[in-house]
Every structure is written in C-alpha cells, then in structure tokens.
Design a protein. Structure first.
Length: 443
C-alpha cells in the first residue's frame, strides 16, 4: 500500500488515490502513512474520505498527529475531534504539547470537555484513564422494545452497542444484557428478565495490568468500570485491552533484558536515550559481577595448586545462569497470568528443589563421566559433579524465589529476570566450586 500511495502521488493521480484509499481499512492506511515522508503523508491524508479520516488519524504516530493538527483549520480539527470517542481524544491529548491540547479542547463542547478533563485526572496506567464514557445504558423499567428503540436513537454515538448496562436509579450497575438477547426476545419482555447479574467489573483506580488479566480470564469484549461507590462510570473495550496487554508485554520484555522501559519505538529513540536506558543496569550488574572476581582472587592458591580448576569456571557459571533463567522465566510468566500467587511461595520452592535436584544429578553424572574419561581424575569429576548439583539447586531456588519476593514488595517481577539472577548465581556458584574443591582435594 505504501508503494502504491507513493506512486500515485508521484504521478499526481489524486483522484485514483482517493478511490484507492476509500476501500482500505483505516488501520492499514495509518501504517502506510506512518512510513511516508511528512509531505506525502499530509497530502494523502487530505484525500481520505471523511468517514474514515478520523480513524486513520487515531492510528497515526503522535508526531504526525501533531503535524496535522498544526495544519488543520479550526473547522477541520473540529470535524476530526467530533468523530472520535472520548477515550481516543484523551489518548491523543496525553501525547501532545500544551498549545496543541488547548486547540483540541477549544473544539469540543462544554460537556465533552468536562468528561475529557475528568478522564485526564485518573492516574496513568489506571482503568479510569483508559475507559470510555460512551456506553449503552438502560434503566430497570425498560422493556425489550424500549431498549431497542434506545439503541437506534443513541447507538451511533456509543463505542459498543453489543452489550447494554442496566442501571438502578442511583446509577449503580445491576446487570448486563447482550444485544443478541434483545433482538431475539419479545418486545414486551422486561429487560431485567434477560440481564446477567453476575457481572465482572473493574474499579477506576485498578492498574491497567489487572484489566488485561480480566479480559484474558473471562474472554469478554468489554468490561464495565465502576467508582468507589459502585456507580458505573465507563467501559473498557477489547481493542483498548489488547493495547494494554501489548504494552505490558513490551515493558516486561525490556525489564527482563535489563533495559529501562521506553515508550518510543527503537528507531525514534535517540542514541543518548538508548544509552541512558541501558547504562544504569549495566553498571549495577558490572559492580555485582565484581563479587565473583573477589571470590576467585580469594581462592588464588587453589587454582595455583590445581590450574585445571580454572577451566571449569565458565561452564559452572553458565549452567547456573541458565538454570536460574529457566526458573525465573516460568515463575514470572506464572505471576503475570495469575497462575502463581505470592502465597504459593513454599509450593514453588518445593517444586523447584525437586526439579533442580533432578537436572543437577543428570548434569553431574554426564560431566563426571566426561571429565574422568578426559582427565582420568576421579576427585575432579566429583568436585565438578557436586558443584553442578549445588549450582542447579541454588539457581533454580533463587529463580523461583526472587520474582515472588518482588511481587510481594509491589515491584515488577520481571526485574528479577535473567541478568540479575545470572549475576547473583555466578558469585554463588564460584564460591561453591572452590569451597567443594578445597574440601575434597585438600588444597
């Protein structure tokens, strides 16, 4: 699509370009426009049919959105903003400088501005900050016919009409009714006879990570959001939940790689910011690694007496890091999916102890046989074998324990991923190796 748009612009075939774009999905158009130069992007955007322009605008990169807003007349900006849902407007406002925000807010009516300002007051990454207030609501005294009439009257301005939320007189959530049930029921049936009272809901101040978990657990297309008094104040739709799940996954991935999370894409992040996001963790891990060096230095006499010991340090350290990473990855995943709770810490440790003894024993036997065949040294085989068992146990126990402790302390469990676990286990495994060697070889 990107190449086609560029070619049509190059040959000034604007009528054909407009016709070509009107049959494409807004999300696909946005991806193509994001890859164009600013001049071509602006030209192509102005050729978009009005009915899809606003949805393309929502999916553009923030810097392109800002560029377009600065080029819009007040009338054009008002047309775009009027086509957006409140949560989409809020998402755009959060990315814009103050002068652009003022222009946007000047194009919305007093009621919409009040709603937008309220949404902006919720903490970042909370359910309240990502919800939309444009939901389909019914009163308890409505019949099916009344509800269908209400959908026809206001449904065009609602983000989701597939679920209706039945409210009491004081705006408390009583239940949910599906549009499918309304369509199939008799017109004189009271809607309370169709509603599901066991509604899964989320509170405005709940973390967005909880939102992703609930969508995954209950397979919902939307979730109601209530305030502290259990009044319905908005809903979160599946498309917003998918964005949250993607954002949380990216953040965990970066943390697990010992990189400070960053909102910008790789290519848009400056070299200086990349370095800043990485250097802190690299410094922490480098200083931590110095402990391993101190331990090796302390046992200088041991490997001076038996130099061959030094050859096994990389293998033991790598084995410890790999064992710890395996355990930490599985525990972090389990915590993220709510398969593991912090109260399960003893169960996790018991399981990891058994797993580590099993894999440690197999590693010890395999390496013991290899070392004896290669060096004809039974003591060395025993030292390395025992060290591998101890290393596997320590690494897997730490890999299982540290993420749960982080969760207990209200920290992101991903912070206890591979780099940190590996650094800790390296020091412990080197200490275990030389301690066992000194004891068995009488060095």
């Amino acid at each position: 699509m990107q190449e086609t748009i560029k070619e049509l612009i190059q040959y000034k075939m604007f009528k054909e370009l407009r016709k070509y774009l009107q049959f494409k999905e807004p999300e696909d158009i946005a991806v193509a426009l994001n890859a164009l130069s600013h001049e071509d992007m602006i030209l192509a955007y102005r050729l978009l049919p009005k009915e899809i322009a606003s949805q393309v605008f929502v999916n553009l990169e923030p810097d392109f959105q800002e560029k377009l807003i600065n080029l819009f007349s007040d009338k054009e900006l008002k047309e775009v903003v009027n086509e957006l849902f409140d949560d989409e407007t809020v998402e755009i406002i959060e990315e814009m400088p103050s002068d652009v925000v003022d222009r946007i807010l000047n194009q919305v009516d007093k009621e919409q501005r009040k709603t937008i300002n309220k949404l902006l007051q919720y903490p970042d990454d909370s359910a309240g900050s990502m919800m939309t207030t444009e939901y389909m609501d019914f009163t308890e005294d409505m019949t099916v016919a009344d509800a269908l009439k209400h959908i026809r009257e206001v449904g065009e301005d609602r983000e989701d009409i597939y679920k209706g939320y039945i409210l009491s007189k004081d705006k408390k959530l009583c239940g949910i009714v599906d549009a499918k049930e309304l369509v199939l029921a008799n017109g004189d049936t009271p809607i309370v006879n169709l509603m599901d009272e066991s509604t899964v809901h989320i509170h405005t101040l709940d973390d967005q990570e909880e939102v992703g978990k609930l969508f995954g657990k209950y397979n919902e297309t939307s979730l109601p959001v209530v305030d502290k008094d259990e009044h319905l104040v908005g809903i979160i739709t599946l498309d917003d939940a998918i964005d949250v799940i993607k954002e949380e996954a990216e953040e965990d991935f970066e943390i697990m790689a010992a990189v400070t999370p960053n909102d910008d894409t790789y290519m848009k992040t400056s070299v200086l910011k990349h370095a800043k996001n990485r250097i802190i963790w690299l410094l922490i891990l480098m200083i931590s690694s110095a402990i391993s060096g101190a331990i090796i230095n302390h046992y200088e006499n041991a490997f001076a007496a038996i130099p061959i010991l030094v050859a096994f340090i990389p293998m033991i350290m790598d084995t410890g890091g790999n064992c710890g990473s395996q355990a930490a990855t599985l525990i972090i995943r389990g915590l993220a999916l709510d398969e593991i709770k912090t109260k399960d810490i003893l169960k996790v440790l018991w399981k990891e102890l058994r797993v580590s003894l099993g894999v440690g024993l197999i590693l010890a036997i395999c390496n013991g046989i290899r070392i004896y065949i290669q060096y004809k040294n039974l003591q060395l085989s025993i030292v390395v074998g025992i060290t591998l068992i101890l290393t596997a146990v320590m690494a897997k126990m730490l890999g299982g324990l540290l993420p749960i402790i982080a969760k207990k302390l209200k920290m992101d469990p991903a912070i206890m991923a591979s780099p940190l676990i590996t650094t800790i286990v390296d020091s412990a495994s080197v200490f275990a190796f030389f301690s066992v060697a000194v004891a068995i070889m009488n060095i």
